[in-house]
Design a protein around this ligand. Structure first.
Ligand SMILES: Nc1ncnc2c1ncn2[C@@H]1O[C@H](COP(=O)(O)OP(=O)(O)OP(=O)(O)O)[C@@H](O)[C@H]1O
Length: 258
């Protein structure tokens, strides 16, 4: 089955980019002149609590504009409302927690997400089926959302994020609340998504990055402290370095809590 977005060729322009973006909440500076590019494959955002990961994701979802700087999505500068509306149709989002009507079945919920993303009416049912099959939830398509386990809900969360065959998928801590076996399955799923779309995911788990990501950006106090491949991050800690030791090398004692 194909979701229709082949991996971009090497050397093609990034799928998303932020340039010198700043975000403030009152006096608090959540992002301070951050520049990053997001190519195809899976990019992990690592950083301690409050580093600015969710704020950066919210810029990429177009949920909020930056106070300063530019956000470019799928080759278009997300500056005016029309452009934002257009690019939104090609983006998939799994927020940290998502609301749902508990009496909706998984199929109905996913079709509803397809409607929100402007998938044509005649295609919605099939696309929802396809997305639920991708996350291994096809056998639970008729089960009500209020009756699903936490892990099943996360799977449906991914299904709704990819139902529009997005070119860019944004996942905010997708493995939170999953048991170890579910986490392994989820990592495979995210790697699979990374072969079809550019995926950006925030996480607190070094293991998620080790097993899932091609590239990683480390944020601390609203600044980018590192960006590069996972191997490059590991190498910072010397021979035998891991994502965790590379991360600690980058953030030092002040950012030690992932
Ligand atoms: N809506 C808001 N109003 C005020 N301050 C906010 C708001 N959202 C985030 N912040 C603050 O902005 C900073 C960055 O928060 P953000 O949620 O982006 O960090 P994070 O790296 O995602 O953290 P976590 O890992 O805990 O989810 C934090 O200091 C946070 O308290």
């Amino acid at each position: 089955m194909s979701l229709g977005n082949e991996r971009a060729a090497v050397g093609s322009p990034p799928v998303a980019a932020v340039e010198a973006v700043s975000v403030r909440y009152g006096a608090l500076v959540a992002l301070d002149g951050v520049s990053l590019t997001f190519p195809s494959g899976v990019t992990g955002l690592l950083g301690p609590n409050g580093a600015g990961k969710s704020t950066l994701l919210s810029l990429l979802t177009t949920a909020q504009p930056p106070a300063e700087g530019a956000v470019t999505l799928l080759g278009e500068r997300a500056a005016d409302r029309r452009t934002v509306r257009r690019v939104r149709e090609r983006i998939g989002v799994l927020p940290q927690s998502f609301g749902f009507y508990p009496r909706f079945t998984a199929q109905e919920f996913t079709e509803y997400a397809a409607w929100l993303r402007k998938v044509p009416g005649r295609e919605r049912r099939e696309r929802a089926r396809e997305a639920l099959a991708l996350v291994g939830m096809d056998k639970y398509a008729d089960r009500r959302m209020g009756e699903l386990s936490g892990g099943m809900l996360r799977r449906v969360g991914i299904a709704q994020a990819v139902v529009n065959r997005p070119a860019l998928v944004l996942l905010d801590e997708p493995t939170v609340g999953l048991d170890p076996a579910q986490r392994v399955g989820f990592r495979e799923l995210i790697r699979e998504l990374g072969t079809r779309s550019a995926v950006v995911m925030s996480t607190h788990l070094a293991e998620d990055v080790t097993h899932t990501c091609d590239r990683v950006a480390v944020l601390l106090d609203g600044h980018v402290r590192f960006t590069g491949t996972v191997d490059e991050l590991c190498a910072l800690a010397g021979e035998g370095g891991t994502v965790e030791s590379g991360y600690l090398h980058v953030v030092g004692p002040e950012g030690a809590a992932l």
